[in-house]
Design a protein around this ligand. Sequence first.
Ligand code: HEC
Length: 203
Amino acid sequence: MRKLIFLLSGSLAVSGIVASAIAQNERDDSHIAIENPAELSKDEARKIYSDLRNRMASLYAMSDMAEIRNYQSWKLFNDAPFISATHGQRYVNNYANAIAVNYAILKEGEKLPVGSVLAKDSITVTGDGRVFPGAMFGMEKLPEGTSPKTADWRYFMVIPDGSIYGDTTGENPDLMTYCHECHLAVEDRDFTFFVPEEYRVPE
Ligand code: HEC
């Protein structure tokens, strides 16, 4: 019995060390696309997310960004995490706060109200089975005229250690220029792409 306890605590300690090494590694490169993402079924992706989501919530919360506090209690628009080639080949989810109530049903030319926040958390899953939290990608609709260069959208990215990698209204705004450049493609939908069809939750 004693041996069993020893073995258990030994392996827990080791997995703790490995986990922190991975966390460090992920913090350093979570803004760079990974090259070999795993192909997961919807069920596999859901399971990984349900194991990791509480930890992800506390990691992003370390940023103290009020805009994304409790984002996991917001409406989720995809039925399983899906791989996003445009956000670093990570598995992502699309949440929107209550102000962005029309996010799913935006008509051509319609705008989301000021205070709308869209939050996209992400998980890295490598082809060799490693899983760790990725960055949070966020958009917030600012008051009209606040940011003409980005059509009054604020773009930000939070690393899963709470640090802010970039924010068009704060730190390293230049690192976030490419966000709007790509989102410009969907100007008709107020610069939002929404969720790939096969992952949409029926309205
Ligand atoms: C090369 C194109 C591209 C770039 C660059 C890009 N995005 Fe996106 N973004 C998309 C696409 C496509 C979607 C929807 C599908 C998906 O996630 O793959 C999306 C979805 C989103 C969403 C959910 C709202 C929506 O549009 O429906 C957020 C939030 C977001 N992106 C934030 C960001 C931020 C922040 C950056 C910069 C750090 C960024 N994006 C850079 C293409 C891009």
